[in-house]
Design a protein. Structure first.
Length: 391
Protein backbone atom coordinates (compact mmCIF):
# COMPACT_ATOMS: atom_id res chain seq x y z
CA UNK A 1 0.00 0.00 0.00
CA UNK A 2 1.35 3.39 -1.00
CA UNK A 3 2.24 5.78 1.77
CA UNK A 4 0.83 9.28 1.41
CA UNK A 5 3.04 12.37 1.58
CA UNK A 6 1.50 13.40 4.89
CA UNK A 7 2.36 10.05 6.46
CA UNK A 8 5.90 10.23 5.10
CA UNK A 9 6.32 13.69 6.63
CA UNK A 10 5.05 12.43 9.98
CA UNK A 11 7.36 9.39 9.87
CA UNK A 12 10.36 11.61 9.10
CA UNK A 13 9.27 14.04 11.85
CA UNK A 14 9.03 11.14 14.30
CA UNK A 15 12.53 10.03 13.27
CA UNK A 16 13.77 13.56 13.80
CA UNK A 17 12.25 13.72 17.30
CA UNK A 18 14.29 10.67 18.30
CA UNK A 19 17.43 12.22 16.80
CA UNK A 20 16.82 15.46 18.72
CA UNK A 21 16.29 13.55 21.95
CA UNK A 22 19.49 11.53 21.48
CA UNK A 23 21.85 14.44 20.73
CA UNK A 24 22.68 16.90 23.55
CA UNK A 25 23.65 19.52 20.97
CA UNK A 26 20.00 19.91 19.96
CA UNK A 27 18.93 20.30 23.57
CA UNK A 28 21.54 23.02 24.07
CA UNK A 29 20.82 25.01 20.88
CA UNK A 30 17.03 24.71 20.99
CA UNK A 31 16.25 24.93 24.70
CA UNK A 32 19.13 25.73 27.05
CA UNK A 33 20.89 28.48 25.05
CA UNK A 34 17.70 30.45 24.20
CA UNK A 35 16.38 30.36 27.77
CA UNK A 36 19.79 31.33 29.15
CA UNK A 37 20.00 34.30 26.75
CA UNK A 38 16.46 35.41 27.60
CA UNK A 39 17.20 35.46 31.31
CA UNK A 40 20.73 36.83 30.92
CA UNK A 41 19.85 39.87 28.80
CA UNK A 42 16.70 40.79 30.69
CA UNK A 43 18.39 40.57 34.08
CA UNK A 44 21.54 42.29 32.80
CA UNK A 45 19.41 45.34 31.98
CA UNK A 46 16.84 44.73 34.66
CA UNK A 47 16.96 48.32 35.94
CA UNK A 48 16.37 49.72 32.46
CA UNK A 49 19.10 52.35 32.68
CA UNK A 50 22.56 52.20 34.25
CA UNK A 51 22.63 54.24 37.46
CA UNK A 52 25.32 55.71 39.68
CA UNK A 53 27.99 55.77 36.98
CA UNK A 54 31.27 56.74 38.70
CA UNK A 55 32.46 60.25 37.84
CA UNK A 56 35.10 62.61 39.16
CA UNK A 57 35.45 66.34 39.72
CA UNK A 58 38.30 68.80 39.34
CA UNK A 59 37.17 71.91 41.24
CA UNK A 60 39.93 74.52 41.10
CA UNK A 61 37.56 77.31 42.15
CA UNK A 62 36.31 75.63 45.33
CA UNK A 63 33.60 78.15 46.25
CA UNK A 64 30.14 77.66 47.73
CA UNK A 65 28.66 78.05 44.23
CA UNK A 66 30.86 75.37 42.63
CA UNK A 67 30.36 73.02 45.58
CA UNK A 68 26.60 73.40 45.10
CA UNK A 69 27.01 72.54 41.41
CA UNK A 70 28.89 69.37 42.35
CA UNK A 71 26.24 68.37 44.91
CA UNK A 72 23.50 68.84 42.31
CA UNK A 73 25.45 66.81 39.76
CA UNK A 74 25.87 64.01 42.28
CA UNK A 75 22.10 64.05 42.83
CA UNK A 76 21.47 62.94 39.23
CA UNK A 77 20.33 59.34 39.00
CA UNK A 78 22.93 58.27 36.43
CA UNK A 79 25.94 60.03 38.00
CA UNK A 80 27.78 59.41 41.25
CA UNK A 81 30.73 61.62 42.21
CA UNK A 82 33.27 59.15 43.59
CA UNK A 83 36.45 61.25 43.66
CA UNK A 84 37.81 64.80 43.70
CA UNK A 85 41.07 65.41 41.87
CA UNK A 86 43.58 68.18 42.36
CA UNK A 87 44.44 68.57 38.67
CA UNK A 88 43.34 67.75 35.16
CA UNK A 89 46.19 65.23 34.77
CA UNK A 90 45.10 63.19 37.78
CA UNK A 91 41.51 62.99 36.50
CA UNK A 92 42.67 62.06 32.97
CA UNK A 93 44.77 59.20 34.33
CA UNK A 94 41.80 57.99 36.40
CA UNK A 95 39.70 57.78 33.21
CA UNK A 96 42.49 55.90 31.44
CA UNK A 97 42.69 53.43 34.33
CA UNK A 98 38.93 52.84 34.06
CA UNK A 99 38.17 54.16 37.55
CA UNK A 100 35.65 56.75 36.29
CA UNK A 101 33.66 57.28 33.11
CA UNK A 102 33.93 61.09 33.12
CA UNK A 103 35.00 64.11 35.11
CA UNK A 104 33.73 67.67 35.49
CA UNK A 105 36.37 70.42 35.27
CA UNK A 106 35.75 73.78 36.95
CA UNK A 107 38.62 76.27 36.40
CA UNK A 108 39.71 78.81 38.99
CA UNK A 109 37.74 82.06 38.95
CA UNK A 110 34.53 80.50 37.59
CA UNK A 111 32.27 81.98 40.27
CA UNK A 112 33.79 85.44 40.02
CA UNK A 113 33.46 85.52 36.25
CA UNK A 114 29.87 84.27 36.43
CA UNK A 115 28.79 86.93 38.90
CA UNK A 116 30.40 89.63 36.76
CA UNK A 117 28.66 88.27 33.60
CA UNK A 118 31.93 87.34 31.84
CA UNK A 119 30.69 83.90 30.70
CA UNK A 120 33.04 81.46 32.41
CA UNK A 121 33.72 78.12 30.75
CA UNK A 122 33.50 74.76 32.46
CA UNK A 123 34.52 71.52 30.77
CA UNK A 124 33.50 67.89 31.02
CA UNK A 125 35.48 64.97 29.66
CA UNK A 126 33.76 61.72 28.75
CA UNK A 127 35.13 58.26 27.97
CA UNK A 128 33.10 57.31 24.87
CA UNK A 129 34.73 53.90 24.65
CA UNK A 130 31.65 52.90 26.65
CA UNK A 131 28.88 54.31 24.47
CA UNK A 132 25.89 54.07 26.82
CA UNK A 133 27.82 55.13 29.93
CA UNK A 134 29.46 57.98 28.01
CA UNK A 135 26.15 59.19 26.57
CA UNK A 136 24.44 59.22 29.96
CA UNK A 137 27.36 60.96 31.65
CA UNK A 138 27.46 63.57 28.88
CA UNK A 139 23.73 64.23 29.22
CA UNK A 140 23.93 64.72 33.00
CA UNK A 141 26.96 67.00 32.91
CA UNK A 142 25.64 69.10 30.03
CA UNK A 143 22.31 69.47 31.81
CA UNK A 144 24.07 70.47 35.02
CA UNK A 145 26.12 73.10 33.19
CA UNK A 146 22.98 74.67 31.74
CA UNK A 147 21.16 74.57 35.07
CA UNK A 148 24.15 76.08 36.86
CA UNK A 149 24.35 78.88 34.30
CA UNK A 150 20.64 79.56 34.69
CA UNK A 151 20.87 79.55 38.49
CA UNK A 152 23.74 82.06 38.48
CA UNK A 153 21.90 84.18 35.91
CA UNK A 154 18.76 84.13 38.02
CA UNK A 155 20.70 85.19 41.13
CA UNK A 156 22.31 88.05 39.19
CA UNK A 157 18.96 89.30 37.85
CA UNK A 158 17.33 89.11 41.27
CA UNK A 159 20.24 91.08 42.74
CA UNK A 160 19.63 93.78 40.14
CA UNK A 161 15.99 94.16 41.19
CA UNK A 162 14.11 91.86 38.78
CA UNK A 163 11.22 89.81 40.09
CA UNK A 164 11.38 86.02 40.06
CA UNK A 165 8.87 85.77 37.18
CA UNK A 166 10.82 88.33 35.14
CA UNK A 167 14.07 86.44 35.74
CA UNK A 168 12.56 83.10 34.71
CA UNK A 169 10.96 84.63 31.60
CA UNK A 170 14.31 86.12 30.60
CA UNK A 171 16.29 82.93 31.19
CA UNK A 172 13.77 80.55 29.61
CA UNK A 173 11.44 82.43 27.26
CA UNK A 174 10.26 79.14 25.70
CA UNK A 175 9.44 76.23 27.98
CA UNK A 176 10.17 72.80 26.48
CA UNK A 177 7.85 69.99 27.56
CA UNK A 178 9.40 66.65 26.55
CA UNK A 179 7.52 63.35 26.38
CA UNK A 180 9.25 60.18 25.17
CA UNK A 181 6.91 58.23 22.90
CA UNK A 182 6.13 54.54 23.49
CA UNK A 183 8.89 54.10 26.06
CA UNK A 184 8.47 56.98 28.53
CA UNK A 185 10.74 55.26 31.07
CA UNK A 186 13.67 55.43 28.58
CA UNK A 187 14.26 51.81 29.48
CA UNK A 188 17.17 50.42 27.45
CA UNK A 189 15.95 46.89 28.09
CA UNK A 190 12.72 47.64 26.20
CA UNK A 191 14.69 48.84 23.19
CA UNK A 192 17.36 46.15 23.18
CA UNK A 193 15.80 42.93 24.50
CA UNK A 194 12.96 42.98 21.99
CA UNK A 195 15.56 42.65 19.22
CA UNK A 196 18.45 40.91 20.96
CA UNK A 197 16.33 37.94 22.03
CA UNK A 198 14.85 37.18 18.58
CA UNK A 199 18.26 37.94 17.06
CA UNK A 200 19.97 35.31 19.22
CA UNK A 201 17.17 32.84 18.49
CA UNK A 202 17.47 33.55 14.77
CA UNK A 203 21.22 32.83 14.88
CA UNK A 204 20.56 29.54 16.66
CA UNK A 205 17.92 28.62 14.07
CA UNK A 206 20.38 29.29 11.23
CA UNK A 207 22.98 27.04 12.84
CA UNK A 208 20.61 24.28 13.93
CA UNK A 209 18.92 24.07 10.52
CA UNK A 210 22.24 23.92 8.70
CA UNK A 211 23.61 21.34 11.10
CA UNK A 212 20.51 19.17 10.98
CA UNK A 213 20.82 18.79 7.19
CA UNK A 214 24.61 18.44 7.14
CA UNK A 215 24.71 15.80 9.85
CA UNK A 216 22.71 13.45 7.59
CA UNK A 217 25.60 13.45 5.12
CA UNK A 218 28.20 13.34 7.89
CA UNK A 219 26.63 10.26 9.50
CA UNK A 220 25.87 8.66 6.12
CA UNK A 221 22.12 8.56 6.82
CA UNK A 222 21.02 10.84 3.98
CA UNK A 223 20.08 7.92 1.71
CA UNK A 224 17.87 6.48 4.46
CA UNK A 225 16.17 9.88 4.83
CA UNK A 226 15.57 10.18 1.09
CA UNK A 227 14.20 6.64 0.95
CA UNK A 228 11.67 7.49 3.66
CA UNK A 229 10.74 10.60 1.65
CA UNK A 230 10.40 8.58 -1.60
CA UNK A 231 13.34 10.64 -2.97
CA UNK A 232 11.34 13.87 -2.55
CA UNK A 233 13.63 16.54 -1.15
CA UNK A 234 10.64 18.73 -0.21
CA UNK A 235 9.12 15.92 1.87
CA UNK A 236 12.50 15.21 3.49
CA UNK A 237 13.16 18.84 4.44
CA UNK A 238 9.63 19.51 5.70
CA UNK A 239 9.63 16.34 7.80
CA UNK A 240 13.05 17.07 9.30
CA UNK A 241 12.32 20.68 10.16
CA UNK A 242 8.74 20.25 11.43
CA UNK A 243 9.70 19.25 15.04
CA UNK A 244 12.26 22.07 15.18
CA UNK A 245 9.69 24.57 13.92
CA UNK A 246 7.35 23.59 16.74
CA UNK A 247 10.09 23.80 19.39
CA UNK A 248 11.37 27.16 18.15
CA UNK A 249 7.84 28.57 17.98
CA UNK A 250 7.31 27.49 21.59
CA UNK A 251 10.53 29.37 22.39
CA UNK A 252 9.18 32.46 20.60
CA UNK A 253 5.93 32.18 22.53
CA UNK A 254 7.88 31.91 25.78
CA UNK A 255 9.91 35.09 25.28
CA UNK A 256 6.82 37.00 24.12
CA UNK A 257 4.93 35.92 27.23
CA UNK A 258 8.00 36.69 29.35
CA UNK A 259 8.58 40.18 27.91
CA UNK A 260 5.00 41.36 27.55
CA UNK A 261 3.22 39.35 30.22
CA UNK A 262 5.76 39.02 33.04
CA UNK A 263 8.02 42.06 32.52
CA UNK A 264 5.15 44.21 31.17
CA UNK A 265 7.08 45.70 28.27
CA UNK A 266 4.87 47.84 26.00
CA UNK A 267 2.91 45.79 23.46
CA UNK A 268 0.21 48.08 22.09
CA UNK A 269 -0.87 45.70 19.33
CA UNK A 270 -1.62 42.75 21.59
CA UNK A 271 0.42 39.57 21.79
CA UNK A 272 -1.22 37.64 18.92
CA UNK A 273 0.30 39.76 16.11
CA UNK A 274 3.73 39.41 17.75
CA UNK A 275 3.29 35.63 17.95
CA UNK A 276 2.47 35.61 14.23
CA UNK A 277 5.55 37.72 13.55
CA UNK A 278 7.58 35.26 15.62
CA UNK A 279 6.28 32.30 13.60
CA UNK A 280 7.17 34.08 10.35
CA UNK A 281 10.64 34.80 11.77
CA UNK A 282 11.18 31.11 12.63
CA UNK A 283 10.09 29.92 9.18
CA UNK A 284 12.15 32.59 7.41
CA UNK A 285 15.24 31.72 9.48
CA UNK A 286 14.87 28.02 8.73
CA UNK A 287 14.52 28.85 5.04
CA UNK A 288 17.77 30.84 5.15
CA UNK A 289 19.53 27.89 6.85
CA UNK A 290 18.28 25.47 4.17
CA UNK A 291 19.36 27.92 1.46
CA UNK A 292 22.90 28.20 2.84
CA UNK A 293 23.31 24.45 3.04
CA UNK A 294 21.92 23.94 -0.46
CA UNK A 295 24.07 26.75 -1.82
CA UNK A 296 27.38 25.45 -0.43
CA UNK A 297 26.65 21.74 -0.10
CA UNK A 298 29.14 21.59 2.75
CA UNK A 299 28.17 21.66 6.43
CA UNK A 300 31.37 23.48 7.36
CA UNK A 301 30.89 26.31 4.83
CA UNK A 302 27.16 26.53 5.49
CA UNK A 303 27.71 26.84 9.25
CA UNK A 304 30.28 29.58 8.66
CA UNK A 305 27.91 31.49 6.39
CA UNK A 306 25.05 31.08 8.87
CA UNK A 307 27.21 32.39 11.72
CA UNK A 308 28.33 35.39 9.66
CA UNK A 309 24.78 36.21 8.54
CA UNK A 310 23.41 35.86 12.05
CA UNK A 311 26.06 38.06 13.66
CA UNK A 312 25.80 40.75 10.96
CA UNK A 313 22.06 40.89 11.61
CA UNK A 314 22.65 42.63 14.94
CA UNK A 315 24.64 45.43 13.32
CA UNK A 316 22.54 46.03 10.23
CA UNK A 317 18.99 45.55 11.50
CA UNK A 318 18.76 49.16 12.72
CA UNK A 319 18.04 48.78 16.43
CA UNK A 320 21.48 50.01 17.53
CA UNK A 321 22.37 52.33 14.63
CA UNK A 322 19.61 53.67 12.35
CA UNK A 323 19.58 52.20 8.86
CA UNK A 324 18.65 55.55 7.34
CA UNK A 325 22.00 56.93 8.54
CA UNK A 326 23.99 54.13 6.89
CA UNK A 327 25.60 54.20 3.45
CA UNK A 328 22.99 53.62 0.70
CA UNK A 329 24.64 50.28 -0.15
CA UNK A 330 24.22 49.09 3.44
CA UNK A 331 20.64 50.36 3.47
CA UNK A 332 19.90 48.09 0.51
CA UNK A 333 21.77 45.15 2.06
CA UNK A 334 19.81 45.44 5.31
CA UNK A 335 16.76 44.07 3.49
CA UNK A 336 18.57 40.74 3.08
CA UNK A 337 18.43 40.03 6.83
CA UNK A 338 15.23 38.61 8.40
CA UNK A 339 15.97 40.33 11.71
CA UNK A 340 15.63 43.73 10.02
CA UNK A 341 12.05 42.98 8.99
CA UNK A 342 11.15 41.47 12.35
CA UNK A 343 12.48 44.62 14.02
CA UNK A 344 10.27 46.81 11.78
CA UNK A 345 7.24 44.67 12.62
CA UNK A 346 8.02 45.01 16.34
CA UNK A 347 8.32 48.81 16.06
CA UNK A 348 5.11 49.19 14.02
CA UNK A 349 2.98 46.79 16.05
CA UNK A 350 4.26 46.47 19.62
CA UNK A 351 5.72 49.96 20.11
CA UNK A 352 3.51 52.13 17.90
CA UNK A 353 0.37 50.01 18.10
CA UNK A 354 -0.40 50.25 14.38
CA UNK A 355 -2.74 47.70 12.73
CA UNK A 356 -0.93 44.80 11.08
CA UNK A 357 -1.68 46.16 7.61
CA UNK A 358 0.85 48.95 8.23
CA UNK A 359 3.62 46.34 8.50
CA UNK A 360 2.62 44.51 5.31
CA UNK A 361 5.96 45.19 3.58
CA UNK A 362 7.94 43.53 6.39
CA UNK A 363 5.51 40.60 6.55
CA UNK A 364 5.80 40.09 2.78
CA UNK A 365 9.60 40.25 3.09
CA UNK A 366 9.60 37.42 5.66
CA UNK A 367 7.31 35.40 3.40
CA UNK A 368 9.72 35.94 0.49
CA UNK A 369 12.57 34.52 2.57
CA UNK A 370 10.60 31.27 2.72
CA UNK A 371 10.98 30.91 -1.05
CA UNK A 372 14.78 30.74 -0.86
CA UNK A 373 14.99 26.91 -0.49
CA UNK A 374 13.22 26.45 -3.83
CA UNK A 375 16.24 27.95 -5.58
CA UNK A 376 18.54 25.23 -4.25
CA UNK A 377 16.23 22.19 -4.10
CA UNK A 378 17.90 20.45 -7.05
CA UNK A 379 21.38 20.91 -5.61
CA UNK A 380 20.16 19.93 -2.14
CA UNK A 381 18.63 16.70 -3.50
CA UNK A 382 21.89 15.89 -5.27
CA UNK A 383 23.82 16.49 -2.04
CA UNK A 384 21.55 14.18 -0.06
CA UNK A 385 21.72 11.39 -2.63
CA UNK A 386 25.32 11.51 -3.81
CA UNK A 387 27.59 13.70 -1.65
CA UNK A 388 30.16 12.09 0.60
CA UNK A 389 31.14 13.92 3.80
CA UNK A 390 34.64 15.40 3.72
CA UNK A 391 35.92 16.52 7.15
Amino acid sequence: MAITIHKRILLIAKREVFRIASKPMYLFCMVIAPIFCYLFFTTLMGKGLPTNLPAGVVDLDNTATTRNIIRNLDAFQQTEIVAHYASFEEARKAIQRGEIYSFYYIPKGTTEEALSSRQPKVSFYINYSYLIAGSLAYKDQRTMSELAGAAIGQATLLARGATENQAIAFLQPIVIDTHALNNPWLNYSVYLCNTLLPGVLMLLIFLTTTYTLGVEIKENTANQLMKMADNSIVTAVVGKLLPQTIIFFISVSFYNAYLYGFLHYPCHSGILPMLLAGLLMVLASQAVGVFFFGLFGSMRLALSASSLWGVLSFSISGFSFPVMAMHPTLQALSNLFPLRHYFLIYVDLALNGYPMVYAWHSIVALLLFMLLPFFVLKKLRTAMLHYVYIP
